[in-house]
Design a protein around this ligand. Structure first.
Ligand SMILES: C[S@@+](CC[C@H](N)C(=O)[O-])C[C@H]1O[C@@H](n2cnc3c(N)ncnc32)[C@H](O)[C@@H]1O
Length: 262
């Protein structure tokens, strides 16, 4: 358990990510988060609409602030938040070493303390499926966005990667050529056992939802669906990291952009 400053968030539960924040940060700093760094993150950044001077953005579930630092350009005001104080402390430390003018907050994305209609855009990179109530985070994004603003997020692909039965089908050389999926319609917590780098032996959870559920969360919140992408490796990416070959047949991530109507 950890104590959180009640002024900073109303979240009362222990978080799995808080427990393994140090391992997550060193995993990312070791350059071993290949899937994110070579495929999902570049595609997420490419998909962003152009950010204009004077815009104000918020990233939720920002972890140690990697995406916020990456997308920030002069003249954009960026706030970033995460439920984990260890992640936010690390992000603030980086900010104090080299200022990007990002303001970090410890916040639960399901109950944000920011007023409504405050932001021009909101980002959530690989965190909504880690939340107990992602639908609340989507409703909160809608509430704090200005009319006309966008909410872009990336999640573990609900059809191919987040259900509790997922098995690589490999050829004679051990290369994954397909993914066997089951339990797709059983929504809820799925254990994720990490086996790479400093995360080896740690465990987190995904809150698996069907694709329909994710889309209806956005539509029921009032959003308009604007953009979808399912990143998969091309030959250039495969030259750098061949183990992403399975994404050619089955993508691991889904990128979604929603728009709050004017
Ligand atoms: C897989 S990590 C991704 C972090 C970061 N976006 C990145 O890509 O490096 C998931 C993050 O979601 C955060 N998180 C989980 N539930 C949250 C919630 N309810 N509100 C805010 N952040 C949350 C965790 O603390 C963790 O930092």
């Amino acid at each position: 358990m950890y104590a959180m400053n009640p002024k900073e968030s109303n979240w009362q539960e222990p978080s799995k990510w808080e427990e393994i924040a140090a391992e997550w940060i060193s995993f990312n700093e070791s350059g071993k988060n290949i899937h994110r760094d070579f495929l999902n993150l570049p595609r997420f950044v490419e998909a962003l609409p152009s950010l204009e001077i004077g815009m104000k953005g918020l990233e939720v579930g920002c972890g140690e602030g990697m995406l916020a630092r990456k997308i920030l350009t002069d003249g954009i005001n960026l706030d970033a938040c995460d439920i984990s104080p260890v992640m936010i402390n690390h992000a603030r430390k980086k900010e104090s070493q080299e200022s990007h003018h990002i303001t970090y907050f410890v916040e639960n994305a399901e109950h944000l303390s920011f007023p409504e209609n405050s932001y021009d855009f909101i980002l959530a990179f690989m965190c909504l499926m880690d939340m107990d109530h992602p639908e609340k985070a989507i409703q909160e994004a809608y509430r704090v966005l200005k009319p006309g603003g966008f909410f872009q997020f990336s999640i573990v692909h609900p059809c191919f990667a987040s259900s509790s039965h997922r098995k690589h089908v490999r050829d004679a050389n051990g290369v994954s050529k397909a993914i066997e999926i089951g339990n797709y319609t059983s929504e809820g917590k799925v254990v994720v056992n990490w086996n790479n780098g400093s995360l080896k032996g740690t465990q987190t959870f995904h809150n698996h939802k069907m694709l329909t559920t994710w889309m209806m969360y956005g539509i029921n919140a009032g959003f308009i669906l604007e953009f979808l992408d399912e990143p998969f490796a091309n030959s250039e990416i495969l030259q750098k990291c061949e183990h992403l070959v399975h994404t050619i047949s089955v993508p691991d991530n889904l990128i979604v952009r929603l728009r709050k109507p004017l």
